[in-house]
Design a protein around this ligand. Sequence first.
Ligand SMILES: [Zn+2]
Length: 326
Amino acid sequence: MAGGYYLALDIGGTKTSAALFTREGEIAGDVVLVVKSETFRGEEVVYQNIKTLLEDLMRRQGVASDTILGIGVGSPGPLDTKRGLIIHAPLMKWRNFPIIEHLTADFRFPALLDNDGNLGALAEQHRGVARGLRNIIYMTVSTGCGGGILINGELYRGANGGAGEVGHMSIDPGGIECPCGSRGCFELYASGTALLNNMKTDMAAGKRSAVFDLAGNDAEKLSGRYLDEAAARGDAYALALYRKEGYYLGVGLANLFNLFDPEMIVLGGGITKGRRFFHKTMMETLKERSEQPIHDNSVRYSEMNDRVVLHGAFFLIREYIEKTPS
Ligand SMILES: [Zn+2]
């Protein structure tokens, strides 16, 4: 077997991407292929899209499947990583989907699954802003809030593989009802979905803002992009909403610092694009509430953007293959 490559797959609610990695961890030819997940069409269609995507990638890169050492797969949770099941992905309407069984049956190379929070943590520790650190937390702030926790250099998965569900730590016991069954969950206040819901409610209540003008007063057109645009123009409503975002992020981060005393928490996900509008409030709130010393590098932002899960998936499978005696 000459050389040997790894595949990485990032299954998302709207799009799925894949890349071929060299053993050293570079994306071959800097090529990342992306397809629509088409989750609304059911799990068989989603899986066929994945299979075609991987076949296209290998064809385009000119590699045969017997030169692939393994594939790492990232997916939103909850997952059963030991059995390779996507237990339940609300966006995808999947129930106990045996993704790993499907992949190994079709491609005949080893496959491993983990959630995007854990993979983000691995990626940041190996080649990101937390490179070389041994106690870090990665938190993604997008549609929801996911997390991954590294303790003493190892991923902390918990007793059932469910650790790192930072989005569902409650920050208000009597707060908003969460689909998870709890109340006041962090992601109901700090995620992109929360920002969007706030904007929709405020627009319906007749508040004035450039955000609403930019969206043509159409609730369906409200977006993070318009919020950024309005904030950049100095719109008072947009800036206040971002301060609120910073406040809730600070509260959540303080809980995590108090519990885990990490060297760094790395933030990723779409909402971090608006960091210049929330960073100050976030750090002030964090400092007020943390028992641990907080400095400028205590919280940093991922620089891998859309590729963080792919890089993490690569490190996951490479570590497994290198540790497994052949
Ligand atoms: Zn919840």
